[in-house]
Write a protein that binds this ligand. Structure first.
Ligand code: MLC
Ligand code: AMP
Length: 505
C-alpha cells in the first residue's frame, strides 16, 4: 500500500525512515541542537524553559553523570517519574548514551514494578518517589536515582553513537495472555515513526505542542516528546491533565498542537472555555476509540476536526487521518508513510510491517512466534475493516483488552488478582461502555457462601496488587458465571449486573 500518497506529501515522494541518513533519534536531535541552538525547545509547568542549545548541554552533563556511575551503551534503565524538566533531560541523556530506557507507569504497585524489574533486569532506575525506589531495591540490587541524577560530575564520553538497530526503549505491554512483555524498540523504529508523523502532520519547527499526557507511555513519549524534538519544534509539558491548565498553557504558549486520549477531549468538553482551542492548528486523538459523536460535538464547539490516529507500543504510530483531505470520524485513517498494512483472517485482523515495527518481545520466542507472520507482518490483535474510501475502522479486538482513559487493562490480570481474595470464588472482568473512560472496568464476582464483597472492599484489596486504573469501578455479585457447553465463560452475557439469556448469543 503506497502510504506516502495517503497523506498528500508530494507526488512521487519516497519515504526515508532514516530522515536523511541520521538513523537515530539523538542523531536527528543533534542536527537541531547544532543548527538552531537558540530556538525554544521545552517548557515546563514550574517555569523551566530550555532552548535547543541548553537541552544539548544539560543532557550532555546528565550523560556524563550516568557514565561516571558506570552505565554504558546497551545497559537498561527503568524510568518511572512524573513529567519534569530533570526527568526529560535524564531521558534524553539515556538515549544519547545508548542506554535502553524502560518506561514504567507511576501508578504501578509493588508486584507490577517487581515484574518489570525481574523481566527486564535494568542496571539502574530513575524514579521520583521513595516508595517506588524501595520496591525496586526489594526486587534488584541496583542504584536507584532521582531524576536530577545526584551523581559525580564527569565529562561525557562521545555521545549519539548508537546504530539504527540498537535497542532504545522497552515498552511493557500485555498481549493475549500472561504477564506484561517487553516490546524492544530500536532507535530506527522510534525515528521512522516520528519522521512519518512529521511529514503526515506537517509538524514544523514553528509548532508548539501542549503535552499533558504522561511520558511513560508511547503517546506522550514516542509521539509527543520525541516528535517535538525531531521536528525541531517546541512543547509545553504539563505534569498532569487539567482542562484549565491545558487551556491556560495553550493561551500563554500560543499553542498550535494538542494531543489527547478521548477521555481528555471528553473532559475538555465539560469546560465552558473549550472554544479557546479554536486557535490551534491541529488536535489529535488516539490510544482508544474516539466516539464519532464526541468528534462532532468538539467540532461544533471549537471548529476543530480532530485527527484520529492509531498506534501501539510495539509499533509506535501506524495509521492516521490526513491533515489535508477528508478526516473521517469513526475511522483512524490511512497508513502513515512507511507503514504497510493488511487485513488477514476472519474476522479480519490488522497486520502491519514497516521500519517502525519492533523486532520482538524481550526473551519471548514463544510470543514472537505467535505475533509475527513468516513474511514479517506483525499481528496487532486489533480487528478492522476499510470503509468505502479505504479508511481503516477498528472493529474490536481479537485479544481480551479493555481501554480505560487511554490505559490498557487486561481482564485476565484483574481476574487473577481478584482470585487471591479469600471471599471470591471466581470472577469475570468486562468493560461497561462509559462516555468518560471508554471501557469502565466492571467485575462480576461469585462470592463464597455468605460473603458479599463491596466495590470499596475489592478496591482496597487490589490496592497493593494493581495500579488503581485497573480496579473495577463497579462490582456485581452473581451466583455463578454464565458458561457454554465447553465450560468457557460467556462474557457477552454479562450486562448491567445481570446475566442475559442464552438467546442473546
Ligand atoms: C486515573 N484513574 C483512572 C484512570 N486514570 N481510572 C481508570 N482509567 C484511567 N485511565 C483513577 C485514579 O487512579 C483515581 O482513582 C480516579 O481515577 C480519579 O482520578 P482522576 O484525578 O480523575 O484521574 P486523572 O489523574 O485525571 O487521570 C485521568 C487521565 C489519565 C485520563 C488524565 O488516565 C491519563 O493521563 N490517561 C492517558 C493515558 C495515556 O497516555 N495513554 C497512552 C498509552 S500509549 P482513585 O482510586 O484514586 O479514586 C498507547 C498507544 C497509542 O495507547 O496509540 O497511543
Ligand atoms: P498500547 O499497547 O498501550 O500501546 O495500546 C495499543 C492499543 O490501543 C491498540 O492495539 C489499539 O487496540 C488501541 N488504540 C490505539 N489507538 C486507537 C484508536 N485511535 N482507536 C481505537 N483503538 C486504538
Amino acid at each position: 500500500m503506497g502510504s506516502a500518497d495517503n497523506h498528500h506529501i508530494a507526488p512521487g515522494f519516497r519515504f526515508d525512515p532514516s530522515a536523511g541518513g541520521r538513523e537515530t533519534l539523538p542523531g536527528s536531535w543533534a542536527a537541531h541542537w547544532k543548527a538552531t541552538p537558540e530556538r525554544p525547545a521545552l517548557r515546563f509547568a514550574d517555569g523551566t524553559a530550555l532552548n535547543y542549545g541548553e537541552l544539548e548541554a544539560a543532557s550532555r552533563r546528565a550523560a556524563g553523570r550516568l557514565h561516571s556511575a558506570g552505565l554504558g551503551a546497551g545497559e537498561r534503565v527503568l524510568f518511572s517519574a512524573a513529567s519534569s524538566a530533570q526527568g526529560v533531560v535524564a531521558h534524553v541523556a539515556c538515549l544519547r548514551l545508548g542506554l535502553v530506557v524502560i518506561p514504567a507507569n507511576t501508578a504501578y504497585r509493588q508486584a507490577e514494578v517487581a515484574h518489570v524489574v525481574g523481566d527486564a533486569r535494568p542496571s539502574a532506575a530513575i524514579v521520583d518517589e521513595p516508595q517506588r525506589g524501595e520496591w525496586i531495591r526489594a526486587a534488584a540490587d541496583i542504584p536507584v536515582l532521582t531524576p536530577d541524577l545526584p551523581l559525580d560530575e564527569a565529562p561525557a564520553p562521545i555521545l549519539d553513537q548508537s546504530a539504527a538497530e540498537s535497542p532504545a526503549l522497552i515498552g511493557y505491554t500485555s498481549g493475549t495472555t500472561g504477564r506484561p512483555k517487553g516490546a524492544v524498540l530500536s532507535h530506527g523504529n522510534l525515528l521512522s515513526s516520528v519522521e512519518a508523523l512529521r511529514l503526515a502532520w506537517r509538524w514544523s519547527p514553528d509548532d508548539r505542542l501542549v503535552l499533558a499526557l504522561p511520558l511513560f507511555h508511547m503517546h506522550g513519549l514516542g509521539v509527543g516528546l520525541h516528535g517535538t524534538l525531531h521536528a525541531g519544534a517546541s512543547a509545553m509539558i504539563l505534569p498532569r491533565f487539567d482542562p484549565d491548565e491545558v487551556l491556560d498553557a495553550a493561551a500563554a504558549f500560543d499553542a498550535t498542537l494538542f494531543f489527547g486520549v478521548p477521555t481528555l477531549y471528553h473532559r475538555l468538553m465539560q469546560s465552558d472555555r473549550v472554544s479557546e482551542l479554536a486557535r490551534l492548528r491541529l488536535c489529535v486523538s488516539g490510544s482508544a476509540p474516539l466516539p464519532a459523536e464526541l468528534h462532532a460535538r468538539f467540532e461544533a464547539q471549537t471548529g476543530q476536526r480532530i485527527i484520529e490516529r492509531y498506534g501501539m507500543t510495539e509499533t509506535v504510530m501506524l495509521v492516521s487521518n490526513p491533515v489535508e483531505g477528508d478526516r473521517r470520524p469513526g475511522t483512524v485513517g490511512l497508513p502513515l508513510p512507511g507503514v504497510e498494512m493488511r487485513l488477514a483472517g476472519e474476522p479480519p485482523e490488522i497486520e502491519v510491517r514497516g521500519p517502525n515495527v519492533f523486532a520482538g518481545y524481550l526473551d519471548r520466542p514463544d510470543a514472537n512466534a505467535e505475533a509475527f507472520r513468516e513474511d514479517g507482518f506483525f499481528r496487532t490483535g486489533d480487528l478492522g475493516h476499510l470503509d468505502e474510501a479505504g479508511y481503516l475502522c477498528i472493529a474490536g479486538r481479537a485479544r481480551e483488552l479493555l481501554i480505560s482513559g487511554g490505559y490498557n487493562v487486561y481482564p485476565r490480570e484483574v481476574e487473577e488478582a481478584l482470585g487471591e481474595h479469600p471471599e471470591i470464588v471466581e470472577s469475570a472482568v468486562v468493560g461497561t461502555p462509559s462516555e468518560e473512560w471508554g471501557d469502565a472496568v466492571t467485575a462480576y464476582l461469585v462470592p463464597r457462601p455468605g460473603a458479599q464483597p463491596t466495590v470499596a472492599e475489592v478496591r482496597h484489596f487490589l490496592g497493593e496488587r494493581l495500579a488503581p486504573y485497573k480496579h473495577p469501578r463497579t462490582v456485581y455479585c452473581v451466583e455463578a458465571l454464565p458458561r457454554n457447553a465447553l465450560g468457557k465463560v460467556q462474557k457477552h452475557r454479562l450486562e448491567n449486573g445481570r446475566i442475559l439469556d442464552e438467546e442473546a448469543d
